[in-house]
Design a binder for this molecule. Structure first.
Ligand code: 48H
Length: 275
């Protein structure tokens, strides 16, 4: 059989468009495919929820590939090790409470498991704004990262979701937009982004899980972005907190999505009044 070049083009364009159109109305949209966003997405997809991630870069995985200062090993604590085990990522005990793993194995496995669980990842696309209705965030505004890099004046597209997750790491890109554009305060002590504090692995690893929560109506913050939003410390190349933050957020969102489903079925059964 002779291969036809135009058929290859048609196959790519048609299949991509189908994928894109099938993902225009999601349960959860995540901005950023670092370890925190990917872990959140994995657990949600495993439960059957429709979740997609928009990632600015060509490659997914955020800052995990490089371990610490490009020494491609990561460190996790006891709780982080349990998540590595769930993902079937090999880890080695270094000392009491310290485990190491190969960062390339870790992030490639998380990516692979997330995609296989049903997470739809759109790379080379940046989240540049949110959709909003009566002070409730209800989706994201996206554009090709290349449009941004080239400084082209091209209008974006938008994708709807019940919940939006800020997982863009240190720069907090979604929250920066929210802070400027939405009415009312963010759900922090000051109502504003509080800013990341200097390195303290012990505090940073604990607070990243505590800070994983809703930060504006229907917007949740996870991973490094959570500490930067709520004004606590960075933690360096100890990655257990990123995965634990993702796991915690998936639990919160699954609970919220489940209670919404229960309410909807009650409405259908006529137990609850429909306004
Ligand atoms: C789409 C975007 C946009 C945008 C950025 O930085 P990440 O790896 O974030 P986390 O929270 O999963 O993990 C943090 C970790 O990598 C880290 O930096 C740690 C532990 N630091 C500690 C320390 O002390 O320094 O991933 C975020 C992803 C990246 O892939 C970005 O390209 C992407 O988000 N991104 N994607 N739209 N507007 N902005």
């Amino acid at each position: 059989m002779k291969l036809k070049d135009e058929k290859i083009t048609k196959a790519i364009v048609e299949r991509y468009m189908k994928k894109f159109i099938d993902n225009l109305n999601q349960d959860v949209i995540i901005a950023g495919a670092g370890p925190a966003g990917l872990t959140t997405a994995y657990y949600l997809a495993k439960k059957g929820y429709k979740v997609s991630i928009f990632e600015r870069k060509l490659s997914i995985g955020g800052g995990m590939w490089g371990g610490g200062m490009m020494f491609n090993e990561i460190v996790v604590g006891e709780a982080g090790k349990k998540i590595l085990d769930e993902f079937e990522i090999k880890s080695v005990k270094y000392d009491e409470g310290y485990y190491t793993a190969d960062s390339v194995e870790a992030i490639s496995t998380i990516c692979s498991k997330a995609v296989k669980a049903g997470v739809r990842i759109f790379n080379c696309i940046s989240v540049e704004d949110v959709m909003i209705d009566k002070n409730m965030v209800c989706g994201v505004v996206i554009n090709w990262s290349s449009v941004d890099i080239a400084g082209l004046h091209v209008d974006p597209l938008s994708v709807r979701s019940k919940y939006v997750v800020e997982a863009t790491g240190h720069p907090l890109e979604v929250l920066q937009i929210l802070e400027k554009k939405v009415e009312g305060d963010l759900f922090t002590k000051t109502g504003k982004i509080m800013g990341e504090k200097s390195m303290n692995a012990d505090i940073g690893e604990k607070t990243v899980v505590e800070n994983t929560k809703e930060i504006y109506n229907n917007v949740y913050v996870v991973g490094m972005a959570a500490n930067a939003a709520f004004g606590t410390n960075r933690m360096g190349p100890i990655f257990g907190g990123m995965m634990l933050s993702g796991k915690k957020l998936s639990d919160i969102l699954i609970k919220r999505l489940e209670s919404e489903q229960n309410l909807n079925s009650k409405k259908i059964e006529g137990i609850v009044n429909v306004e």
